[in-house]
Design a protein around this ligand. Structure first.
Ligand code: NAX
Length: 331
């Protein structure tokens, strides 16, 4: 048992996802029931945002979480990331009507430049950074490239929500419990081009296409449902997914910090190392395994022509995004 509290920095802490996420971290859901934590909450220097953050801190106090050993609420990046072991970068400016993807990348890119630099200056030497704020792969790339001295393998972007969505869709279709679905890798960008690989996913240990024979459903409806699920939630709820996104943040950190079950894998975007002929240095989602300390991209997952085509399209989108922010990427 490690009784030294882990320092967990969270940006956008007064936002929707923050409101679902912080309570789960403080309750022990992310690092286990024995691990104390200190929350370091970062918001923009805006009166309304800081006031909302104060309210969240009051509610955290009112939960009397035994594992929560301290709360810092700040708009100062160096104070917020000071000594952080984990940096969960949730805060980002949402896309507004009339805004081009390039504009959004430019605005959010600047946020992640400064945050990457501050993480390098102020966080703990073992800091691991998970980017949730969109476009999360490219934001993670910007943070990574601006965080001099922090190893590239300590940067991640979140595709776990897509994995969880895909697992539920497959379980429903096969009329099985969701826990029966394993080895579901989401490849590429967290965007509408992502590829949830159903060929290599398993239901009760059997390849999904052997269990779900409706190939057209798998190739079309399934993929589109997963890709468009975020938009469907906005349409139904009137605001974007928050509790399920926070749950996916908890799942991602847990799966990176606990050993992966034998033979299984999970989805997270990491710095590509040339595996599967995907260009080195892109932040791309892969099938990943962890031994609890270190992660690795699972090698030798078979890819057919259909899968290769889908992966190429999503990787091309990552390259396009990178080209749009090239001025924010120091060598
Ligand atoms: P909200 O708009 O509710 O909250 C965002 C918060 O971030 C606000 O309180 C805002 O003041 C703060 N913020 C903005 N810029 C900041 C900065 N520079 N430093 C610190 N705080 C800053 O959004 P929410 O619903 O919480 O979503 C947050 C982000 O998650 C969005 O970019 C969203 O697109 C992204 N998502 C990513 C998902 C994924 O799977 N990777 C899924 C869910 C979500 O869509």
């Amino acid at each position: 048992m490690n009784t030294t509290p882990l320092r967990v920095a969270v940006t956008g802490a007064a936002g929707q996802i923050g409101y679902s996420l912080l309570f789960r971290i403080a309750s022990g859901a992310m690092f286990g029931p024995q691990q104390p934590v200190i929350l370091q909450l970062i918001e923009i220097p805006d009166e309304k945002a800081m006031s909302a953050l104060q309210g969240v801190c009051m509610e955290l106090d009112d939960c009397a979480f035994p594992l929560l050993k301290g709360i810092v609420a700040t708009s100062n990046l160096d104070e917020g990331f000071k000594g952080a072991n984990w940096a969960l970068l949730v805060g980002a400016v949402p896309r507004k009507a009339g805004m081009e993807r390039k504009d959004l990348l430019g605005i959010n890119g600047k946020i992640f430049t400064g945050q990457g630099q501050a993480i390098a200056r102020s966080a703990a030497s073992d800091v691991r950074t998970l980017v949730i704020g969109n476009p999360c792969n490219t934001n993670a790339l910007i943070a990574m490239r601006n965080a001099r001295g922090v190893p590239a393998q300590n940067f991640f972007a979140m595709t776990m929500l897509d994995e969880n969505r895909a697992k539920t869709q497959l379980a429903r279709k096969a009329s099985v419990d969701v826990a029966a679905v394993n080895n579901l890798a989401v490849w590429g960008n967290h965007s509408s081009t992502m590829f949830p690989d159903f060929f290599n996913a398993r239901i009760n240990g059997r390849p999904v296409p052997d269990v779900i024979s409706h190939r057209e459903w798998l190739e079309k409806d399934f993929i589109t449902t997963v890709q468009q699920r975020g938009a469907a939630i906005i349409k139904a709820r009137g605001s974007s997914s928050a509790a399920s996104a926070a749950n996916a943040v908890v799942d991602t950190v847990r799966r990176l910090t606990t050993p992966t079950a034998p033979g299984d894998w999970f989805s997270v975007a990491v710095c590509a190392d040339g595996s599967y002929d995907i260009e080195k240095g892109l932040i791309c989602s892969f099938p990943v395994r962890s031994d609890g300390q270190h992660w690795e991209i699972v090698q030798g997952v078979p890819l057919n022509e259909f899968s290769r085509g889908k992966i190429e399209a999503t990787v091309n989108e990552l390259k396009e995004e990178r080209a749009l922010v090239k001025d924010l990427l120091p060598q």
